[in-house]
Ligand binder design. Structure first.
Ligand code: GAP
Length: 495
């Protein structure tokens, strides 16, 4: 029954297609409304994906609210008062610079079009010209205005439309990323009545800061955590669940005394990096990238991305931001309600500063899938396996009777029933043991328990470990214990 493996060299950076295909075939992620041809950049989670998503969400929530006595949770509505988005700066400034190809009528993000042109120049060995364009792109917006600068680069370097090959562009215009809708039966979708689908969960936290402080009896420093949907009308949205139009964020706003913000920002950056390692992501594929001061968002005094080396390159998974008192001051001004904090011990009164940690749930799922995906050669065949942290795995254990005999089925069912109290398990008696292992390897199931005739004599079973495929005989009464301890001590392979 023992399997022996040989790692196959697949390039980490070439995996995305394989992950997209496995996600569909095994029921992790489907395109939304697929039977109607799909809806761009919107995805549904299937049975395995829904469990994985829930496990990651629970791990984050536990980390924030259970492990910190001064962090509490909220679950705010997606719709918010329209003034919220004026105060936050989203109505005015949550834009992407877009340009249209007049021939094909296709719309492109102007900065991305230029990025692609730089890549092409590099591929063609035109390094010097690539550097020139990059320099112009990096300093765009500092000369005339962002739109004008980007338009000039596209014109000067005669950048053509990728699909039609035409060089027939409109001007570059700002395009707001918020989805607009209307409230009530007679409302119109004109700007005056517009209600937006929230583009970030953070504002639901800011507007509740006083409610929470008053009801949860928190004193500064304290945090508010939230997990929920956010919506952005992304124009470039072709990278599976990396960039979606409907996605989920896990955000925490940490309210601190002005002056304590810098230390807290550094502390949270470290803590969040440790969390990513703790959910089993290999250290060498993670890095923290501070934003240069001239690229900071309007609200930020400091910001860093936690990035993962995705198949599409180093990309942000989480943002850590020192948002100063920008949001609370804005809401104070727009709502006319005092959002100050009164410190009883020092008699100080101030608007708190906020350190924000903001991670995309869907992007974390993609990171976990990319990091876990391996192909290995086992007995002349390819085994595809997801070596994810056992505590994230959608199914923790498979329970197999060696053959379909009542005695074996009975003991297998008993073990299954016991484990079900604590874990999601799968009973499977179809096909050879090898095939059953392979199915669960692809689902990322870390443990398989096989019941055979010897075991009926001495009350033992075989446990097979997903990562190294080693097998051990253990007491049938100790299966839960062995799984618990192996899950706790699990470490990712360094490869
Ligand atoms: N409140 C701050 C904020 O929203 P952000 O950098 O715009 O910051 C935070 O978003 C995180 O949300 C990102 O690091 C990413 O993981 C996720 N995210 C943002 N836009 C996304 C999209 N279109 N699809 C999937 N995830 C997205």
């Amino acid at each position: 029954m023992n399997e022996s493996k040989k790692a196959m060299s697949i390039d980490h950076l070439q995996q995305l297609d394989k992950i997209v295909s496995l996600s569909k075939s095994r029921g992790f992620i489907f395109q939304s409304s697929e039977i109607y041809g799909g809806l761009g950049a919107v995805y549904d989670y299937g049975p395995l994906g829904a469990e994985l998503k829930r496990n990651i969400r629970d791990a984050w929530w536990r980390e924030m609210t259970q492990k910190h006595e001064n962090i509490v949770g909220v679950d705010a509505a997606i719709f918010m008062h329209p003034k919220v988005w004026e105060a936050s700066g989203h109505v005015e400034g949550f834009n992407d610079p877009m340009i249209d190809d007049k021939q094909s009528k296709k719309r492109y993000r102007a900065d991305m079009l230029i990025e692609q042109h730089i890549e092409k120049l590099r591929k063609d060995g035109k390094e010097k010209e690539a550097e020139q364009v990059k320099e112009l792109l990096d300093t765009s917006g500092t000369r005339v205005g962002l739109c004008e600068d980007l338009h000039k680069i596209i014109m000067d370097y005669e950048i053509k439309a990728p699909e039609s090959g035409a060089f027939d562009w409109t001007d570059v215009r700002q395009f707001n990323l918020m989805f607009k809708t209307q409230f009530g039966a007679v409302a119109s979708a004109e700007d005056a009545d517009a209600v937006y689908l929230r583009p970030e969960t953070a504002q639901g936290i800011f507007v509740n800061y006083k409610n929470v402080m008053d009801t949860a009896r928190q004193q500064i420093p304290f945090g508010i955590a939230q997990v929920g949907k956010a919506f952005r009308n992304e124009v470039v949205a072709r990278q599976f669940v990396f960039r979606m139009r409907e996605f989920e964020q896990m955000e925490m706003q940490y309210f601190v005394k002005p002056g304590a913000d810098e230390e807290q920002y550094n502390e949270w950056l470290n803590k969040r990096m440790e969390w990513h390692k703790g959910i089993g992501i290999r250290e060498k594929y993670l890095r923290a990238e501070p934003h240069p001061p001239d690229k900071l968002a309007h609200y930020a005094r400091a910001a860093a991305d936690i990035q993962y080396l995705f198949p599409i390159g180093w990309q942000e998974v989480e943002g850590i931001h020192n948002r100063t008192d920008f949001d609370l001051s804005q809401h104070q001004e727009y709502s006319g309600k005092k959002l100050e904090y009164f410190d009883q011990s020092t008699r100080d009164r101030y608007v708190p500063y906020v350190v924000e940690t903001s991670v995309g749930l869907d992007r974390t799922i993609l990171m976990v899938l990319c990091d876990a995906y391996r192909e290995e050669e086992v007995e002349g065949e390819t085994r595809t396996v997801l070596k994810m942290h056992p505590e994230l795995a959608p199914i923790t254990a498979g329970i197999f009777p060696l053959v379909k005999k009542p005695e074996l089925q009975e003991l297998s069912r008993k073990i299954e029933k016991d484990l079900r109290e604590d874990y999601r398990v799968l009973y499977d008696e179809a096909g050879s043991i090898g095939k059953r292992y392979r199915r669960l390897d692809e689902a990322g199931t870390p443990f398989c328990i096989t019941v055979d005739f010897d075991g009926l004599e001495d009350n033992t079973v075989t446990i097979r470990y997903r990562d190294d495929m080693k097998q051990e005989r253990i007491s049938a009464d100790k299966v839960g214990e062995v799984i618990r301890s192996a899950s706790k001590s699990w470490k990712p392979e360094s490869k």
